[in-house]
Design a binder for this molecule. Structure first.
Ligand code: TPP
Length: 268
């Protein structure tokens, strides 16, 4: 499947999951859909029928509330049945609202409490380096999440230890929950901050599949990579784009019908 089509299918699955569960974070998941699509389709080494294969690249969604995007990618790649996606967030389902590794093949780490993923990712990267293993570690963070102090402890550790096998992607949609990031804690210069912590920084359009592919495949000789992906929260469903309310609203009635119509009209 070409990556644009894969991303569209991930978005379609996200709309379905949030519609059926009545639970949301749909804007957050749509925001990161292209990044997840490129990682799983073009970049990471994955083994859907042998998910714990030691050669696999490691992926952590630190903004765990957008877990539907990861569940969709894993199911579409064959880690578990696609039919199971609609159970997400229902009683007894292994697919919880915030992404969980418990009994879910392909998920490395349960997240949801923001600020945790990069610390675990740096641990995985330092372990791989010491054992001379060749896999890479990818961590996706929210921009609001970057206000957590633990992110910067991990960033400093990774820079100091020259973890060149680690890539962090900041889903820079400029929104967090109910407010614009700049009205909560503003980034004077987010790229310079990562650079000053010893990372190689790349800024890209986080919905441009070609640019994402190129930057996610980039490896620096000594530095960890930080990709600042400029994104739009709610991307792909026009009336959800840049609208704070779609952080927590789930699509019902006409909203659901119109979201599906838009995604199917634009399908490749
Ligand atoms: C430690 C912690 N504090 C607060 C929350 C509640 N919360 C869930 S999502 C969110 C906003 C996150 O914003 P951002 O990282 O920018 O992600 P996005 O806008 O893409 O959803 C917050 C504050 C949380 N999950 N964890």
């Amino acid at each position: 499947m070409i990556t644009e089509q894969f991303a569209r299918q991930i978005r379609r699955d996200i709309v379905e999951m949030t519609h059926i569960s009545g639970v949301s974070h749909i804007g957050s998941a749509l925001s990161v859909a292209d990044i997840i699509a490129v990682l799983y389709n073009d970049v990471m080494r994955i083994f859907p029928s042998d998910p714990k294969n030691d050669k696999r690249d490691r992926f952590i969604l630190s903004k765990g509330h957008a877990g539907m995007a990861v569940y969709a990618a894993l199911a579409e790649k064959g880690f578990f049945p696609v039919e199971e996606l609609v159970t997400q967030c229902s009683n007894g389902s292994r697919l919880s609202g915030h992404v969980s590794h418990k009994n879910v093949p392909g998920v490395e780490l349960s997240t949801g409490s923001l600020g945790m993923g990069l610390s675990v990712g740096t641990g995985m990267a330092v372990a791989a380096k010491r054992d001379n293993k060749k896999h890479r570690v990818y961590v996706v963070l929210g921009d609001g999440e970057c206000a957590e102090g633990s992110v910067w402890e991990a960033a400093m550790f990774a820079g100091h230890n020259e973890l060149s096998n680690l890539t962090a992607v900041i889903d820079h949609n400029k929104l967090q929950a109910n407010e614009w990031c700049e009205n909560v804690i503003s980034w004077k210069n987010i790229a310079k901050m990562w650079d000053s912590f010893g990372w190689h920084v790349i800024e890209v359009n986080g919905h441009d599949v070609g640019m994402l592919k190129q930057s996610l495949n980039f490896i620096h000789g000594t530095k960890p990579i930080c990709i600042i992906a400029h994104t739009i929260k709610g991307k792909g469903v026009s009336f959800m784009e840049n609208e704070k309310i779609w952080h927590h609203l789930s699509p019902q009635g006409d909203d659901y019908v119109n979201a599906v119509r838009e995604l199917e009209a634009n399908s490749i």
